[in-house]
Design a protein around this ligand. Structure first.
Ligand code: HEM
Ligand SMILES: *[C@@H]1O[C@H](CO)[C@@H](O)[C@H](O)[C@H]1NC(C)=O
Ligand SMILES: *[C@@H]1O[C@H](CO)[C@@H](O)[C@H](O)[C@H]1NC(C)=O
Ligand SMILES: *[C@@H]1O[C@H](CO)[C@@H](O)[C@H](O)[C@H]1NC(C)=O
Ligand SMILES: *[C@@H]1O[C@H](CO)[C@@H](O)[C@H](O)[C@H]1NC(C)=O
Ligand SMILES: *[C@@H]1O[C@H](CO)[C@@H](O)[C@H](O)[C@H]1NC(C)=O
Length: 326
């Protein structure tokens, strides 16, 4: 066949496939510019108010987006309450009595629906935007990145998938790599996204084994936690900050890893002092906040692109906790 005809045929088929398959639609930064230009400013201002009321909520919102994206893609499945037809993700082991921020999401949803005069902003996009805004508010403009938008919301959720897909804190390095790889994320993504632990807190039950049994841990750091927040028996829900500045997005988390002061076993797995590539990333981010900020944004966008529902897939939920009834 004439190579020019062949060329046009390929173009034609690609165009046709794109038109016929809305699932190929990609997320874009300006998705709401026309349909609801007020959406992004409203979300930012409500996230700001929520952080003012309770500084930890920024961390909680950031984690919600992560726990959404790692379980069947960024589709707001994490927000769904249990129903007679499915057991939701909220009571899965990594989430039960641990993920938080649902009231803020509800408040944001109500406010954007009112301002847009209809339900156009998906719950999945609200999670992505609130995560970015939290990071920027707690870290400064250096930590701003562009969020891609146009996700739609799932009509189901899975307790089992949440258990299977979210990495637990006792994972070792190779298990963490395998988990992230299963989501198309690499070593750099793992190290830089773990930097989210620059904000927020963990419960004693998440780090007890580490402070009693790990050897790759600073002695005083461990003894102090054993004496105060996290005894061998009891105090399961007592909280400790991931780093010494739990309401500031900064490089302190990585600096702690250099001194064996990672709170979770999985945190310290990223730095062992053996000169690995993972060690080199930790060292870089510990001293270069520009590199951390830039790479964090790139990896957050990558994580935010995990299997979004687009086009005619899914729906725009009216209530982030429930699928729509038709
Ligand atoms: C690398 C694997 C990861 C593991 C094993 C892990 C595990 C955990 C655990 C166990 C907690 C404390 C939960 C509790 O005790 O209630 C936690 C908190 C948190 N995680 Fe991760 N995480 C990982 C990666 C991430 C990523 C990729 C993000 C976001 C991009 C993230 C964001 C957060 C935040 C912000 C908190 C604090 C939440 C709050 O204070 O409410 N984590 N994580
Ligand atoms: C979740 O936590 C509640 C206590 O708040 C407990 O009763 C329930 O059994 C837990 N669910 C799972 C699946 O662990
Ligand atoms: C929801 O259902 C779809 C189609 O049956 C499936 O591909 C997807 O994995 C399900 N999601 C969850 C969270 O179970
Ligand atoms: C990590 O954990 C897995 C599962 O327990 C184990 O098979 C593997 O040997 C561990 N890897 C290292 C390097 O310790
Ligand atoms: C530490 O390791 C021992 C032996 O493997 C185990 O029995 C114990 O549950 C672990 N955790 C703590 C907090 O001691
Ligand atoms: C922990 O408590 C013991 C006994 O109360 C005390 O001797 C020790 O100095 C404490 N250690 C730290 C690091 O606070």
């Amino acid at each position: 066949m004439d190579s020019r005809i062949q060329f046009y045929l390929v173009i034609f088929m690609v165009t046709l496939a794109t038109i016929l398959s809305p699932t190929l639609a990609k997320l874009t930064p300006n998705y709401y510019d026309r349909v609801c230009p007020k959406a992004l400013p409203i979300i930012k201002s409500l996230v700001k108010q929520a952080i003012y009321r309770e500084p930890r909520i920024g961390a909680s919102l950031l984690r919600l987006h992560f726990h959404d994206c790692f379980v069947n893609g960024c589709d707001a499945s994490v927000l769904l309450d249990d129903t007679p037809t499915f057991l939701g993700e909220k009571t899965a082991f990594p989430n039960n009595n641990s993920i938080r921020g649902f009231e803020v999401v509800d408040q944001i949803k109500a406010a954007v629906t009112k301002a847009c005069k209809r339900d156009v902003v998906s719950c999945a996009d609200i999670l992505a935007i609130a995560a970015r805004d939290s990071v920027t508010i707690l870290g400064g403009n250096q930590y701003w990145y562009q969020v891609l938008l146009g996700r739609r919301d799932a009509r189901n959720a899975s307790w089992a998938a949440a258990n299977a897909n979210l990495p637990p804190p006792f994972f070792n390095f190779s298990q963490l790599i395998t988990s992230f790889q299963s989501h198309g994320l690499n070593l750099k993504d793992l190290v830089v996204l773990s930097g989210a632990h620059t904000i927020g807190f963990a419960k004693c039950s998440s780090f007890r084994d580490r402070i009693f049994n790990d050897t790759n841990i600073d002695n005083n750091f461990a003894a102090n936690l054993r004496n105060t927040t996290c005894p061998r028996i009891g105090g399961d829900t007592n909280l400790a900050p991931f780093d010494s500045t739990p309401t500031k997005v900064d490089t302190t988390y990585y600096k702690g890893l250099l001194y064996k002061k990672g709170l979770l076993h999985s945190d310290q797995e990223l730095y062992k002092g053996d000169g690995s590539q993972s060690d080199r990333y930790v060292k870089l981010y510990s001293k270069n906040s520009y590199a951390f900020a830039k790479d964090f944004g790139v990896s957050m966008i990558k994580m935010g692109n995990l299997k979004p529902l687009t086009g005619r897939k899914g729906e725009i939920r009216c209530n982030c906790r429930k699928v729509n009834n038709y």
